[in-house]
Every structure is written in C-alpha cells, then in structure tokens.
Design a protein around this ligand. Sequence first.
Ligand code: GDP
Length: 284
Amino acid sequence: MNIQWYPGHMTKARRMMQEDIKLIDIVIELVDARIPLSSKNPDIDSLAGQKSRMILLNKYDLADPEHTAEWERWFKGQGFYVYKLDARKGGQMKAITNIIQEACKEKIERDRKRGIINRPVRAMIVGIPNVGKSTFINTYAGKACTKTGNKPGVTKGKQWIRLNKNVELLDTPGILWPKFDDPAVGERLALIGSIKDEILNISELSIRLIEFLKEFYSGILAERYAVDENCDKIAILEKIAEVRNCRQKGNVLDLDKASKLLIDDFRSGKLGRLTLEFPQEQKI
Ligand code: GDP
C-alpha cells in the first residue's frame, strides 16, 4: 500500500527543534510500544547529537508485554535509557525522574566539578503525532508542578515545567514527522491510527491485519469473531461481516464496515495486547 505524505512544515519544525535541543540535556522520545521502530523518526538521532537519550515505550497497555520486554532490551543495547508506560496513568513520576537523572549523571558531575550544584536537568519530549506527548506532559507535569520561565518582563522566554527540584521539562513537545518512504512502515502507522483514515484503503489494511494475526497471533480472530482461521483472508473478513451483522441495503455484506470494525477493535485493545513488529524480524 502506498501512503502519500506531504512534508508541509517539516523544515520549519526541524529548525525549531534544533534550537530547542540546544537548551536541554536529555531528549525523551515517545514511541508507540506496538510499533517502536516504525513510530520512531531516525532524524532525531542526528538532531539530538550528543545529548542523553531516553525512549518511552508508550501505550504499553495496548502492546504485547513479552515483545515490549524484547524491545526494551533492544533499545538499551542501542544506548538508550528505556521506560515503558501508559502515559494516561500517573504514579510513575519518581521512576521516570530517577532514570532521567541517571541518564544525565555525567552532566551533573561536570556541573559539580565546576561548582554548580543542584541545577535541574532540562528535558524535552519529542515524538510523532498522536503518540501521547500531550498526555504525558499533562500527567507528569499537570497540576502538581510549577511552571517557570514565564516571569513578568520575560515575554518570549521558553516555558519550563518544574517536575521536581531535579528535573525541568520544556512545556512544548517537539513534533517529529513519521517516516513515509517505506510502505510497510506506513501500514503499521495506519493500523495504530496515526494516519488519517480518510486517505487509507481500509479494506486493504484490514486484510493485512488479518494476515498478520493469522501468522503471529493465531487464535485471536477465532476467539473474538468465531471464524475458522484456516480460511482465506477474504473469507475471514466476510465471516466477520456476517457475525457482526455488517450489511448494506439489500442485505449484502458490507466489507468496508467489517474492516473498520476489525481495525477499531485492534486499536482499542479489544483484540488483546498486540505488537505489530519485533526486533528480530520486521514484519507485517
Ligand atoms: P500527541 O499528539 O503526541 O500529543 O498525542 P496525545 O497526547 O494527544 O494522545 C493521542 C491519543 O492517545 C489520546 O487519545 C490519548 O488519550 C491516547 N493515549 C496517550 N497515551 C496513551 C497510553 O499510554 N495508552 C493509551 N491506551 N492511550 C494513550
């Protein structure tokens, strides 16, 4: 499937992010735990330069825990600090700030040697649209935290949110553009809902999901829709339409409606916690 993507304001966004990155010590990148690589923009690697790096495997509540653990090891092997989370839920602030401090320990040590003590580490959130950046900032920096930087007389300063005495967060996240050149990546982004459904071929996408589930999560379709998974993928979609009574006028099966239903069930976690790509074997 070929998904067209129009770069639009990317150059400007990139330039702004370059400026923001100069101000911070650590780049915290949110990726979607169901597709950790496809939802990661490789450009941030060069943009981030030598800054400390942390990956948050977000929407962990929707991803397969076993594969998330593999991804966690994989990213650690690449030199990232890693944490998996559901950004909508609080209570993980301490664990996250501890990792941020650990990731920035060299900088803290450099400061200490220069006689600078207790200067907070500064962090910035980045990620592709819809990955959960605002949710994360709201949960972690919500009411409990004080905003700094917008002091009277400082009209244009950056707004920093003080998470605690050790960490400050830039209040505007950096929006990264998804990768758009690899059709397989486009498909995965489409499945998790990061590309507008209007520009997608939903039926084609649902067929790809059926193929993937048959291969990697056998039993799931049979369990939820009482279909025989040995059938051909189109027959499976027809069966889903039948079971869920997706019909057009004249009692004809409505495969578009069934496709949408299947994809919605996947996105909302009704099919269970699923991961669409694996570190060893990039597939779907
Ligand atoms: P942003 O575009 O990166 O700022 O993404 P948002 O913060 O607006 O989140 C996009 C959608 O994902 C919203 O509907 C959030 O409620 C949802 N969301 C964010 N984090 C999580 C998570 O960890 N788990 C689940 N299930 N949904 C999440």
